[in-house]
Write a protein of this length. Structure first.
Lengths: 113, 258
């Protein structure tokens, strides 16, 4: 599952690492040398898990657009759309306003009196 | 309950939870190897970790959608910013226009007040021109157009003019011991005919004076007196002066008819 360009598929694949650790821990060896190797391997796998967790956290911090929850983000989009409509209407109103004319002047005078 | 948590927070919490559960799981495994197995808790932990992983994947999907929405948000914000700039420009222009119009209206109101003032007290333009001629007749306002260096004319009455004037000839007496007005009147003309060096402006000045005074010889006595008690006749004299002035082109000092 590719989220964005910032995150790869394997960034959040923690389960497999955990599984590997469990596998190496549960390996039962009779040979002492192998046991040592296995324990070393298990240790490395644990470190790898830690590294993966930290990496996952880094990736999450860099992902865009998740400062708000989805509902809040949709609200934000709504608000922005409303703002844009208002401003567009305002500009159009002032662009299409007519210059001074006699009728408007007479109306204004009547209104004043 | 609590307010909406941001997706980022949810993701980070998920990851932390998985970490904790994994650690628990491993601790359990190791303990299991060494001591008695605690299988029930173990399977619970495994289920929990699987659940958390599913949760993580779902939240990641949500984050992906939100990433797409964020692009829309950015585009909308850019548009709104652009409109804001336009609105600010429009505001500036309207403010300038308002200032210009306010200034124009103020000046127009002042002009209207001046027009009303002028209409309430109208002055005949002919009278204004006559007075302008009288004021400028002595060359005190502006030099004559053909004046050059060396010209004897001056913006003030010169000593010759003073001597030829009323005060200058105050000492001249006729046989009877008092001044005869017609003699005084004819004197300047007489001296000019003799070819004195009286310049044109003097002639101009005296010509209107002499003509007016000829018409009103009766006033001469009052002018000779120290404190004339006949003040009520002077405005009438001035009016007659004014009437004559408009038709008499030689009264203007700037004319070269002399």
């Amino acid at each position: 599952m590719a989220t964005t360009q910032l995150a790869d598929e394997g960034d959040f694949d923690l389960l497999s690492t955990i599984y590997d650790i469990i596998k190496s821990v549960e390996k039962e060896q009779q040979d002492n040398n192998q046991k040592l190797k296995d324990s070393q391997e298990a240790g490395q796998k644990v470190l790898e898990l830690q590294r993966k967790l930290d990496h996952a956290r880094e990736v999450v911090k860099k992902l865009p657009g998740i400062e708000l929850s989805k509902e809040e983000q949709l609200q934000q989009i709504d608000l922005l759309r409303q703002q844009l409509t208002l401003k567009r209407d305002l500009l159009n109103k002032y662009r299409s306003i007519t210059t001074f004319d006699r009728e408007a002047q007479t109306e204004f005078q009547i209104h004043q009196h | 309950m609590t307010s909406h948590k941001s997706t980022r927070e949810v993701l980070l919490t998920c990851i932390d939870d998985i970490e904790i559960i994994a650690k628990e799981l491993l601790d359990n495994l190791i303990a299991q190897k060494q001591q008695k197995p605690v299988s029930a808790e173990h399977s619970q932990l495994v289920e929990l970790v699987l659940q958390k992983d599913t949760e993580l994947k779902a939240t990641l999907k949500l984050a992906e959608e939100q990433g797409v929405l964020q692009q829309k948000v950015v585009a909308l914000e850019t548009e709104v910013e652009r409109h804001d700039i336009e609105i600010r420009n429009l505001q500036k222009q309207l403010k300038e226009a308002e200032q210009l119009l306010a200034t124009a209206i103020f000046q127009a109101k002042q002009k209207l007040q001046a027009i009303d003032k002028a209409n309430s007290r109208p002055v005949n333009s002919e009278e204004l021109i006559k007075f302008a001629h009288r004021i400028s007749a002595s060359n005190a306002v502006c030099a004559p157009l053909n004046w050059q260096q060396g010209d004897l004319r001056r913006p003030y009455p010169t000593d010759i003019e003073m001597r030829l004037g009323f005060l200058g000839r105050l000492g001249e007496m006729n046989v009877n011991g008092h001044m005869s007005f017609p003699e005084l009147l004819h004197r300047p003309n007489h001296s000019m005919q003799q070819g004195s060096s009286v310049p044109n402006s003097q002639a101009g000045t005296y010509s209107w004076l002499s003509q007016n005074d000829l018409q009103m010889p009766g006033l001469s006595v009052s002018h000779l007196g120290v404190g004339g008690g006949m003040d009520h006749k002077t405005p009438k004299k001035e009016n007659e002066d004014v009437d004559v002035m408009s038709t008499d082109s030689s009264s203007s000092s700037s004319s070269d008819s002399q």
